[in-house]
Write a protein that binds this ligand. Structure first.
Ligand SMILES: [Zn+2]
Length: 287
């Protein structure tokens, strides 16, 4: 008698046939990781695909480690980038189109049977629209739950320990992003062109720092007005492949852990206590 070996489920949707995709979506399905990136200038030393390359690697790696729990989806390559259109190699999608397009992709996963979706964002300006898409999935579908993560937030504690750039100076094509790229694909990094470029502080209320948090006031100016011409914000000269590897390990570990937690999160019934609802008014006797 031959025993049929149980095949390991495939981690990536793009390699599946439809019967395999059906299986991955059964009983609420595996947690879908949707990488959301951007094509955008990243200084004179990094390619324009930084934000895509990082999130695709993260999502694929998380799914490779736990293919029973996670399904990694093909990415959203283009993002909301209007503020960087003064730099070559940047492509932008209007914010309404971006929200609707990403929503449609997430909604499709819900229609196919998946009930847990995580948008894994790699680009600062996508953070708010991704959070809105996640909210819409929760609000507008019966049993879909979507969450949004900007991947750098998964490594805040590590960054506080290993960063060399002072707080307020880690925002774009910086120590952090350059370290990631040196880990993922050092051949494409032109370190001889990496220049520190700290934006002049224009207000005690406004600053951007991926790791230490932003200032209390939300204000993003056109990048060409505030950058000194490099497109960098931070000090990429302090980057290293070793730091990149540590960030990658930290983030993939937390991402898998969150997926486990998110999958186990119960879907509680919605209540309707209004006069039109069927749920009894718990305060009926207090008037
Ligand atoms: Zn970036």
């Amino acid at each position: 008698m031959t025993t049929k070996q149980q095949a390991q489920p495939k981690p990536l949707l793009e390699t599946m046939t439809w019967p395999e995709a059906r299986q991955a979506a059964e009983n609420g399905g595996r947690v879908v990781l949707l990488p959301v990136g951007a094509i955008e200038q990243h200084g004179p030393h990094l390619p324009v695909d930084v934000d895509n390359r990082i999130v695709v690697w993260l999502c694929h790696e998380a799914a490779r480690r736990r293919p029973d729990l996670i399904l990694s989806a093909p990415p959203i390559h283009y993002g909301f980038n209007e503020h960087n259109m003064g730099f070559p190699g940047t492509i932008t999608v209007a914010i309404e189109h971006f929200i609707n397009y990403v929503y449609d992709v997430c909604h499709s996963f819900v229609r196919q049977g998946h009930t847990r979706i995580v948008l894994v964002n790699g680009h600062g300006s996508n953070a708010m629209p991704c959070a809105l898409v996640a909210r819409r999935i929760v609000n507008e579908t019966e049993d879909g739950m979507a969450a949004a993560i900007s991947h750098w937030h998964l490594a805040r504690e590590l960054a506080a320990r290993i960063r060399e750039t002072p707080a307020g100076g880690m925002a774009h094509a910086c120590e952090y992003e350059t370290s990631w790229y040196l880990f993922l694909n050092p051949d494409l990094v032109r370190m001889e062109r990496a220049v520190p470029d700290m934006l002049a502080q224009r207000s005690q209320y406004i600053w951007v720092d991926l790791m230490a948090g932003d200032g209390p006031v939300a204000f993003i100016d056109d990048w060409s007005r505030v950058s000194n011409g490099s497109g960098v914000e931070g000090d990429p000269q302090t980057a290293s492949a070793e730091k990149g590897w540590r960030y990658a390990e930290e983030e993939v570990g937390h991402l898998v852990e969150f997926c486990q937690e998110f999958k186990a999160m119960p879907l509680l019934p919605r209540r309707n206590y209004t006069a039109r609802g069927r749920d009894p008014n718990p305060y009926a006797n207090f008037d």
